[in-house]
Design a protein around this ligand. Structure first.
Ligand SMILES: Cc1cc2nc3c(=O)[nH]c(=O)nc-3n(C[C@H](O)[C@H](O)[C@H](O)COP(=O)(O)OP(=O)(O)OC[C@H]3O[C@@H](n4cnc5c(N)ncnc54)[C@H](O)[C@@H]3O)c2cc1C
Length: 510
């Protein structure tokens, strides 16, 4: 039982309450339960039986597998229970211009030449009139294009550099993690929180439940979703609104039946006022249109989505509203916001669940005692702000480089004034072909390269150290790398074969 209200004091944290039982809340509770064994810290999750979860959130990035390793969860078991399929990257359709496609695949791309990342070699090949193919050097792109999949190979093998992520049913993930956390001793309270009491120094003393019961703790994780019940509604932390760069503020989501073959990638197609996702799961396909309400009405967005569906919808459409941005402070007093409560970037690069997990990893690195040292909180807030702002820039990049001018939305995207951090990066790439990611940045230079290249940005020059390699040797290296990629692809099977023998949905759900 979490303790009743208590003075702040000093000494170790004795209890943590997680407010919210969505993906973020249960992931956070699982991670804390796993990371803090034997500390005697009481962990409680309070989740409302009345307030639903967002429920979407189907695409992830490769660090999701690190979570499973961290929790000691068997990947195959997790995938079976969450209806997961594999994701080798994202295919972007119509973003640069209608009819154009490009890949953002996971994993390695070629191999360094003269200690330079391979994308400089690509730039050299292109500058000298060649037309190399991504699929010759990215195993993930090659497999994705063929609707095939294989697990990563052992270190040193040709497929060792393959990385993948998962598409899953976020509702089932929350249930799976809830069962996991409860097995590790996390207490679940099914109740709606109506208010919170505060100490004179501003900290939260206790949550007040609908029946008047108080649940107190030394530390609170606000995982209450967009509303930010503690961080915003109670503490009034404030929100940085990024709609001037990311104008999409709504989504309409609709599941349909499985369409075979299930592609091992997320499809992202540009639409007149935003973009559409298509995500294959074992038991259904997730579809949605992320759009700017300033450029299209809800009715027109739904009509657009329905018009693109290959099969009839299986449920009523759900409209979700959001504002791109972040809380001014992710951690204030004894409240740490995690998940949607901390901010939101549209799901274009599937970063939201990752950011929730990353918040918890950062919290473990900055784990406080009851004195809640202000310097420690400031360091945490700076790390979180830096991480989400670099991801924000990466997402803006997909829009601002478009050649489309067929609708007011795309014309506005082309005309937007960029954040200085992004403008500098773009200029450096245009001048030198170099990308300088900062320490700890989620998206590597390779990911940035894929978007620059896919959107048609060609640098004025490439790294001169790549030119040191003589032409015949350079051609031979490229030939060998392409042969290795082709060889590694031979070990793949059709993606669907990984699931067709899997249990049916009713058996799979716990
Ligand atoms: C359109 C859309 C598409 C998305 N797609 C992706 C994607 O592909 N990949 C990805 O990584 N992320 C995606 N996301 C984000 C992803 O859905 C969320 O990051 C994830 O589900 C975590 O949500 P959450 O747990 O923070 O909030 P929620 O799911 O909203 O959960 C909030 C919880 O708080 C509880 N709660 C709230 N108020 C109270 C109260 N007063 N008392 C008690 N309990 C309360 C609720 O009952 C609920 O349990 C998407 C989001 C949207 C909007």
């Amino acid at each position: 039982m979490a303790r009743d209200t208590d003075e702040a004091g000093t000494g170790p944290i004795r209890s943590i309450v997680v407010l919210g039982g969505g993906t973020a809340g249960w992931a956070a509770a699982s991670m804390l339960a796993r990371a803090l064994p034997g500390t005697g810290i009481e962990l409680t999750v309070v989740e409302s039986p009345e307030i639903g979860t967002v429920g979407v959130g189907e695409a992830t990035i490769p660090p999701i597998l690190d979570l499973l390793r961290f929790l000691g969860i068997d990947e195959a078991d997790f995938c079976r229970h969450t209806q997961a399929t594999y994701k080798l990257g994202i295919r972007f359709t119509d973003w640069r211009r209608p009819g154009h496609r490009y890949w953002h695949p996971f994993g390695t791309f070629g191999a360094p030449i003269n200690r330079r990342p391979f994308f400089h070699a690509w730039q050299r090949a292109v500058a000298s009139g060649g037309s190399p193919a991504f699929t010759d050097f990215s195993l993930a792109a090659r497999l994705a294009q063929a609707n095939a999949f294989r697990p990563s190979g052992a270190p040193g093998s040709e497929s060792a550099g393959l990385r993948y992520a998962l598409h899953f049913d976020a509702g089932l993930v929350a249930r799976y993690l809830a069962a996991y956390a409860e097995r590790l001793g996390v207490r679940r309270v099914a109740a709606t929180v109506r208010g919170a009491t505060r100490a004179a120094d501003g900290r939260i003393e206790a949550l007040v439940l609908a029946d008047g019961t108080r649940v107190g703790a030394d530390l609170y994780l606000d995982c209450s979703g967009f509303r930010g019940f503690l961080i915003e509604q109670t503490l009034g932390t404030g929100y940085l609104d990024w709609r001037r760069w990311l104008p999409c503020d709504r989504a309409v989501a609709l599941p349909t039946a499985v369409v075979r073959p299930r592609p091992p990638y997320t499809e992202s197609s540009a639409r007149p006022a935003g973009w559409r996702w298509c995500i294959p799961l074992r038991h259904r396909t997730g579809n949605g249109y992320v759009y700017s309400s300033a450029h299209v009405s809800d009715e027109a967005a739904l009509a657009d989505l329905l018009g693109e569906l290959p099969v009839a919808p299986e449920a009523e459409p759900r409209v979700l509203r959001f504002t791109a941005g972040r809380r001014r402070l992710a951690w204030q007093h004894n409240v740490v916001a995690v998940g949607l409560a901390s901010g939101f970037l549209e799901p274009l690069e599937s970063t939201s669940i990752h950011l929730a997990l990353s918040s918890v990893y950062h919290l473990l690195e900055h784990f406080p005692d009851r004195s809640l040292a202000p310097g420690n909180i400031a360091a945490y807030n700076a790390a979180i702000a830096e991480e989400i702002e670099r991801i924000r820039d990466f997402i803006i990049l997909h829009y601002c480089l478009t050649e489309r001018d067929d609708t007011p939305f795309w014309r506005d995207c082309r005309a937007m004034e960029l954040p200085a951090s992004l403008a500098e990066r773009l200029e450096l790439y245009r001048e030198t072909g170099r990308i300088r990611p900062r320490a700890g940045e989620l998206f590597t230079d390779l990911s940035w390269f894929y978007i620059f290249e896919g959107m048609g940005v060609r640098p004025r020059q490439h790294d001169p150290l790549i030119d040191v390699v003589p032409v015949p040797q350079f051609a031979e290296i490229l030939r060998r790398l392409a042969a290795e990629t082709a060889e590694a692809a031979r070990g793949a099977r059709p993606h669907d074969e990984y699931f067709d023998a899997a249990p049916r949905p009713a058996e799979a759900v716990r």
